[in-house]
Design a binder for this molecule. Structure first.
Ligand code: NCD
Ligand code: ZN
Length: 349
């Protein structure tokens, strides 16, 4: 089917831009399409203070250059026992820090400085609720006895639900929701929303595992069952305001994806928008695409949608699209979503 749609310039509410040569290689993909980008703090060492967030934001803007005047990185700080509440409050009041990101220690890439249990940070979260600082949560249990595919549900039940009961005014985002349990959780809790990735919307655990394990689809939380994918697609394409796009674009060099141990993370900043547009088009719900990509997240975080617009047109593109990028250090990164992107063109208006 051919179709054309105009949407306010979208926001990416969850993205990893890395640093150094990788930052230089990837930032343009995000900056050329997205307005706001919620920048994840899991560098090594983590972005854990206002000062580090401020310096990282400047590096991002320098790397982005002045091609994309609307692009604005929104900075987050990493939740650990070292987080200084006064520094956080100052950083938030100064407009530098927009949110705090919680990682369970060991759950994903560069999460070693995270927490053992989210309930250990109640005191911090009470301060954040008072100051209206949102908490972004990687909701995945690290208990090795829990099946990998059940870890989001376990975390939500054992840690995030009690937290929401104890600090009901805290604004919480379940990041990269991956299961029907996660969808239901966001629907059931008033101050909770969920970001959703292109890959959890478009792939399932069979794509990941069969005919053989595909490192290019390996990410955390793990891509779950087809029933889970359908639950996510259904709520997102309904236009429900508690769900919005966070690509979780997370580049890793192929040397680290195809080595002994595959690093978790999928680079989808290049074609993620097309992957999402294709889902909405297939579901016959293209009228809700702009809510998901450009409006719901902005409303949740207290912003107006962009005045700027993008034009997306669906028709077979004849040019051969790139399947990898290279950094100036000679690393290669695989671009997720090339098949979907071959059906679309995306351009500013
Ligand atoms: C992310 C990364 O590589 O930084 N990886 C991932 O699989 N999503 C971290 C994260 O968000 O979990
Ligand atoms: Zn992430």
């Amino acid at each position: 089917m051919d179709l054309t749609i105009r949407i306010p310039r979208p926001d990416d509410w969850h993205v990893h831009l890395r640093d150094g040569a990788m930052l230089e290689a990837v930032v343009g993909y995000t900056a050329s399409r997205f307005r706001y980008a919620m920048i994840m703090p899991n560098l090594n060492p983590p972005i854990a203070t206002t000062e580090l967030a401020d310096r990282y934001q400047k590096r991002i803007l320098r790397a982005a250059g002045n091609q994309s005047p609307e692009f604005q990185p929104l900075m987050t700080v990493y939740c650990s026992t070292n987080l200084d509440q006064d520094d956080l409050i100052r950083g938030h009041e100064a407009g530098i820090v927009k949110a705090v990101k919680y990682y369970p220690a060991g759950a994903t890439t560069n999460s070693d400085h995270g927490g053992d249990n989210i309930l250990n940070f109640i005191d911090l979260f009470e301060t954040m609720a008072d100051q209206k600082i949102p908490l972004l949560v990687h909701a995945e249990s690290t208990n090795p006895e829990i099946d990998l595919f059940d870890r989001e549900a376990a975390f939500l039940e054992q840690e995030l639900h009690p937290l929401c009961e104890q600090v009901p005014n805290l604004q919480v985002t379940v990041e990269h929701v991956s299961t029907s349990v996660g969808v239901d959780f966001a629907l059931a809790h008033q101050r909770v929303a969920a970001s959703v990735t292109p890959h959890h919307l478009s792939r399932n655990s069979s794509d990941l595992m069969a005919p053989e394990f595909d490192p290019d689809l390996f990410c955390k939380p793990i891509i779950n069952s087809e029933a889970d994918r359908q639950a996510i697609v259904s709520v997102v394409t309904s236009g429900n305001p508690s769900f919005f796009l966070g690509t979780d674009s997370a580049p890793h060099p192929t040397s680290e994806k195809y080595g002994e141990e595959a690093k978790a993370g999928i680079f989808n900043a290049a074609y993620g928008l097309e992957v999402v547009a294709e889902i909405f088009a297939k579901e016959n719900r293209i009228e809700h695409f702009s809510s998901f990509a450009s409006k719901n997240g902005a409303a949740f975080y207290g912003y107006e949608p962009s005045q700027d617009e993008l034009l997306l047109t669906r028709k077979q593109v004849d040019v051969e699209l790139a399947s990898t990028l290279s950094t100036r250090d000679g690393d290669k990164v695989v671009l997720f979503g090339r098949d979907e992107a071959s059906h679309w063109t995306v351009s500013p208006i």
